[in-house]
Design a protein around this ligand. Structure first.
Ligand code: SAH
Ligand code: SF4
Ligand code: F3S
Length: 473
């Protein structure tokens, strides 16, 4: 049993990160472990977790398990969890309750949790105390070891906890079962060293470790060969890419080389304003296949609160960067993340956030009420804003954000824009859905054989969160 330890997870060592190209192995006796068995996996949280799930699926299929999207038919149930806010936790514990029922009627089901919550000491303690009928808990640093962890679990019939607190090396040969045939997530780095005072990610994902450019480029070239249209380069803080490699190669260099592979669309998330260089802006504006869309979390419009958050930029820095991007990259859409009710946030601070929103007129935003995360510095700050006040601020902010989302979308009316058609629309089975280069969701009247293609679409109707359009020749 390997339990997570928060104090250990906080540490940052200078130990060199090794690149391992044959660390993932499925021993012969494990290749048939899942024969005749089905797995179900539910994913919470960010794109990083979605991509980890794609790895976990491929590993399970290497062991002969088959996927089902019906939890009630599964022999193996995994929840790939997120720890970012309290409500993410609550959702997972709610789901664990449902799994308990299934397990009561079929004790042979193997059930477990993985992902960021598994990295939390308090969560694993709670599982040991209240949910020790679960079979398996593993973290974000040892996904490649899943075959062995599963084998142990099945043999021991006891709760198996395998969570490493300190990140390991970079394992380059983990297989992947991608959800889409047209767009792909590509990790460019793991972990985060920014330690924003509210955020749990540096504890659950370990220190920043950039993948070497040659491995990233090889992966993208392979995707191009397999007719993928779009890649999204993934990291908690992609603009800091390469800083830990000591090879004088940064995010600008990587973006340029990825663009040169000829993949039709390059995206990247998430950008921290602090590391956003002029070079990067130049590269983005120079290559038409780097999409004019940037997710640029603001968090707060008050420099005083930004300082307490440990964000390392001021309101003015943010606004300068914002206008530099808008002037250098024509037609660039910018979205953001904002937290309200951070400890000590006054009405004046909150009004400054509204003021920045009024200036930037974001294309859209994810907005959150501050949620104290155990072990982070902000959790120890005095949380002096009442819940009612937090809710009121969130409501007011959302009204403003929605107004600008609609305004941004209105500009598209009757315009012709490129859309990568991905699948049948959720709202209407006679329509397809896809995203513009600027990441606007569009429902399109089009025949199914256009799925997987980038087509020109004329926008016919505009709403706050989506648009409708028709294919034009
Ligand atoms: N790496 C990204 C953010 C990842 S987390 C970045 O630095 O921008 C996604 C968003 O969740 C954050 O941008 C932040 O707005 C929000 N968030 C993170 N921790 C939070 C907390 N403790 N309470 C409320 N929102 C939080
Ligand atoms: Fe969290 Fe800050 Fe790192 Fe983003 S940059 S993952 S908010 S610590
Ligand atoms: Fe959540 Fe972990 Fe992502 S905490 S937001 S799943 S990195």
């Amino acid at each position: 049993m390997l339990m997570p330890n928060l104090m250990e997870a906080k540490k940052r060592s200078n130990k060199e990160v090794l690149i391992k190209t044959n660390e993932y192995i499925v021993k012969d006796n494990l290749k048939k472990l899942g024969l005749g068995k089905k797995y179900f996996i539910k994913t919470y949280g960010c794109q990083m977790n979605e991509h980890d799930t794609e790895n976990i699926k491929a590993i399970l299929e290497d062991m002969s398990f088959l996927e089902t999207d019906n939890m009630e038919q599964a022999d193996l149930i995994l929840l790939n969890t997120c720890a970012i806010r309290e409500n993410a936790h609550n959702k997972v514990f709610g789901m664990i309750g449902r799994i308990k029922h299934l397990k009561e009627s079929n004790p042979n089901i193997i059930a477990g949790i993985c992902g960021c919550m598994a990295q939390e000491e308090s969560v694993v303690n709670e599982i040991l105390e209240k949910y020790n009928w679960l079979d398996i808990v593993f973290g974000t640093h040892n996904i490649h070891n899943l075959p062995n962890i599963l084998y142990e679990t099945i043999n021991k019939k006891d709760l198996e906890i395998e969570v490493l607190s300190i990140e390991g090396d970079i394992v380059e040969n983990i297989p992947v079962k991608r959800d889409s045939k047209y767009k792909a997530w590509v990790n460019i780095m793991y972990g985060c060293d920014k330690f924003c005072t509210y955020c749990i990610v540096p504890y659950t994902r370990g220190k920043q470790r950039s993948r070497k450019p040659e491995f990233i480029l090889q992966e993208v070239e392979e995707l191009v060969k397999n007719s993928y249209k779009e890649v999204t380069l993934l990291g908690q803080n992609v603009n800091a890419y390469g800083k830990d490699l000591n090879i004088n190669y940064n995010m600008g260099n990587l973006l340029e080389n990825v663009a040169k592979t000829g993949i039709e669309r390059v995206r990247f998330v998430t950008s921290h304003p602090w590391d956003f260089t002029d070079d990067m802006i130049d590269i983005i504006s120079k290559y038409p296949n780097i999409m004019p869309y940037i997710h640029l979390p603001l968090q707060s419009g008050s420099s005083r609160i930004l300082k307490l958050m440990g964000r390392r930029y001021t309101k003015e820095d943010y606004l300068t960067l914002f206008s530099k991007i808008k002037t250098s990259i024509p037609n660039c859409a910018i979205t953001t993340d904002i937290i309200v009710g951070f400890p000590g946030e006054t009405v004046k601070d909150f009004n400054e956030t509204l003021e920045v929103v009024n200036k930037c007129k974001f294309d859209s935003a994810f907005t959150f009420i501050f949620s104290p995360r155990e072990g982070t510095p902000a959790a120890k700050m005095q949380d002096d804003v009442s819940l009612e006040e937090k809710n009121n601020r969130l409501y007011e902010l959302n009204e403003l954000i929605n107004k600008y989302s609609k305004e941004a979308n209105d500009k598209y009316l009757n315009k012709v824009v490129p859309v990568l058609l991905e699948s049948v629309s959720e709202k209407d089975e006679n329509m397809l859905m896809g995203y513009t280069d600027t990441m606007k969701l569009v429902n399109v009247k089009a025949s199914k054989d256009l799925i997987g293609k980038i087509v020109n679409v004329q926008i016919k109707d505009v709403k706050t969160w989506s648009m409708d359009g028709e294919v034009v020749d």
